[in-house]
Design a binder for this molecule. Structure first.
Ligand code: NDP
Ligand code: 2IT
Length: 449
């Protein structure tokens, strides 16, 4: 694994000093800075213009109060965030996360990753992320709506189809985007479809956006398999999480002939040797907002729910972490390797710890980082923006073909870049360098801003 370049150590030290306690942000910047040393060495103009230092400082960080009333009439209070990290390649673009763990360090790590991911898509989008420490679990529909309306009452002034375009992430799906868009439309008196993506199909949404992140991750793995003339046919796969990304990753694996035998949530995992029954899982998750333990109860037979267990105990050939950051650690990586796992691809953002990545790399496990493997979600958001701008809507088949083409091209660019920099097969180096170069060149072209 690469060691950080001297100049970049100084930049990293400054990031840690300027952003105390934001450990996830430190982790995300460290990984990128460890990869880009050879490019910075080759391009002294990046250093003289302090491109990397500027790239690590968000262009704008917004933190705001979100008051709302619960069903009992009590006043509740949350904190809202939007980190507009980099607009060198296009309007700020990235999701909103509603989860009790959200604080500035999480939003900044996600926004930082988004810069490189969005660059890799080849589409004109800058990087941002936002969200709140609001916990949607256990809230009524009316409470979620009032929260979303209060959140948008402040956020709207920073948004716009040419300025900043949010979408979903953990805890923010079609329902929340509906409430957010409806309120934006009301308070601005503008039907500005291109201001949010992940919209419903009858009001400006794109076909395939719901499926895009999970499908895209699996398309990426299909390309990884193809490098050794292999396919998904008959492969045993484990997918962590059971939300938007996990569900559509499972669907596409099954369509391509693989079998997903386990999925999870924050309370444990289910093991279903016959293959996850996706109709049942979708019914429990989408319609009832239930748990994977409910899936085990409803499915019955030999299907087991392992409460508080680690899904990475389950033997598999391909592992797709699709839940949350740092959910796969060094010990998990060792167990996956011992059980014969050959490919790990990140559907989630930064789900593998640095130690896990190092161990997988040393064992020769093919590893795809989230900023490459899960870029299909935001790429399809950019396709939604294109459709909104042209007041058009494309068919499912056409949009899925565009998504598959984008994932193929990201895959190939990662490998070509890794080759160019003497790290064949290293998708982490390839993704970071390819993502960085495009943004850095645009920043140079703009002068000191
Ligand atoms: P969802 O809210 O739909 O689902 C999240 C899933 O992850 C749930 O099963 C949830 O379980 C689990 N999870 C969340 N937090 C934790 C935690 N702290 N510990 C264990 N499990 C947890 O979110 P998405 O599927 O949209 O997002 C999943 C990941 O994919 C995130 O990392 C997100 O950033 C990333 N991503 C999402 C994209 C999108 O378009 N939606 C695009 C690219 C990346 P529980 O219900 O128990 O909380
Ligand atoms: O992490 C991500 O790429 C997302 N949550 C999707 C962002 C988007 O704007 O579609």
């Amino acid at each position: 694994m690469p060691v950080m370049d001297e100049n970049l150590i100084t930049v990293f030290d400054e990031v840690v000093a300027r952003n105390p306690g934001e450990t996830e942000f430190h982790q995300a910047t460290r990984e990128v800075l460890e990869s880009i040393g050879p490019v910075v060495a080759k391009h002294p103009e990046y250093t003289s213009a302090e491109v990397v230092r500027r790239l690590c400082e968000p262009e704008r960080q917004i933190i705001f109060r979100v008051p709302w009333t619960d069903d009992a009439g009590r006043v509740q209070l949350n904190r809202g965030f939007r980190v507009e990290f980099n607009s060198a390649l296009g309007p700020y673009k990235g999701g909103l996360r509603f989860h009790p763990s959200v604080y500035l360090g999480i939003v900044k790590f996600l926004g930082f990753e988004q810069i490189f991911k969005n660059s890799l898509t080849g589409l004109p989008i800058g990087g941002a992320k936002g969200g709140s420490d609001f916990d949607p679990k256990g809230k009524s529909e009316a409470e979620v709506m009032r929260f979303c309306q209060s959140f948008m009452t402040e956020l709207y002034r920073y948004l716009g189809e040419h300025t900043d375009v949010p979408a979903g992430d953990i805890g923010v799906g079609g329902r929340e985007i509906g409430y957010l868009f409806g309120h934006y439309k009301r308070i601005t008196n503008r039907y500005e479809s291109g201001t949010l993506t992940g919209k419903g199909l009858t009001w400006g949404g794109s076909q395939v956006r719901t499926e895009a992140t999970g499908y895209g991750t699996v398309f990426f793995v299909e390309e990884m398999l193809a490098t050794s003339r292999d396919t998904f046919e008959g492969k045993r796969v484990v997918v962590s999480g059971s939300g938007n990304v996990a569900i559509y990753a499972i669907e596409k694996v099954h369509q391509l002939g693989g079998v997903v035998v386990a999925c999870s949530d924050s309370n444990g995992y289910v093991l279903d040797e016959a293959g996850i029954d996706l109709d049942l899982l979708k019914e429990i998750k989408d319609q009832q907002r239930g748990r994977v333990s409910d899936y085990a109860t409803r499915r019955g037979g030999p299907v087991r729910h392992i409460k508080d267990g680690s899904i990475w105990d389950v033997p598999c050939e391909i592992a797709l972490p699709c839940a949350t950051q740092n959910e796969l650690n060094g010990n998990d990586a060792r167990r996956l390797i011992a059980n014969g796992c050959k490919i790990v691809a990140e559907g989630a953002n930064m789900p593998s710890t640095p130690e896990a990545i190092k161990i997988l790399h040393e064992a020769g496990v093919k590893f795809a980082p989230g900023k490459a493997a899960n870029a299909g979600g935001v790429a399809t958001s950019a396709l939604e923006m294109q459709q909104n701008a042209s007041r058009d809507s494309w068919s499912f088949e056409h949009t899925e073909e565009r998504l598959a083409g984008i994932m193929r091209s990201i895959h190939d660019r990662c490998l070509e870049t890794a080759d160019d920099y003497g790290q064949p097969g290293d998708y982490v180096t390839g993704a970071n360098i390819a993502g960085f170069t495009k943004v850095a060149d645009a920043m140079l072209a703009f002068g000191l801003i």
